[in-house]
Design a protein around this ligand. Sequence first.
Ligand code: SF4
Ligand code: SF4
Length: 179
Amino acid sequence: MKHPIKTSESDPAFLEEITEEAGAEKILMCFNCKGCSTGCPVTDVVPQYNIKKLLRMSAMGLRDRVLNSEHLWYCTTCFRCQERCPEGVKTVDTMLKLRSIAVKNGVMLPAHKKIAEYVMRTGHGVPIDEQNRKKRKELELDELPGTVHSCPEAIEEVRQLIKACGFDRLIGFDQPSRA
Ligand code: SF4
Ligand code: SF4
């Protein structure tokens, strides 16, 4: 069932926040030609996905609807829509700004929190596994890359950086000793 938009849902401060980003104010130039949504590869998988709709809701200041929309996370950032827009609307840059606002407000998909937790625990979103160690050796690379994997003591610095931005609280991470 579709939910009609109420004027009370519109938050002008949301639009101000989005348009802090250079170029994001261009979402107000959108004239609804659908050039961005046509040909978006995500729609092959999720037909309801519509970048134009998300941007239009943002321009209307519909903070809660936008930040709580799963569609916010579907874009692959291929930039096809941004290159096509005849008005030069920064579709992807604006999408990234919306994601950033969502994360600052603690809105993330569980899978994203899980990846962030891996970074806190191991220094990597995708920690190395046996298969990749083996592959690296076959390619005559060091078995471990020159990251926290080969310099485990650096994990404390990674954690300090993440904590300094308060990101650990956003993802609900409170057990650094599990690494
Ligand atoms: S291509 Fe640009 S002008 Fe056309 S609907 Fe998309 S954002 Fe709006
Ligand atoms: S950048 Fe995102 S919204 Fe734009 S065409 Fe690619 S997947 Fe679709």
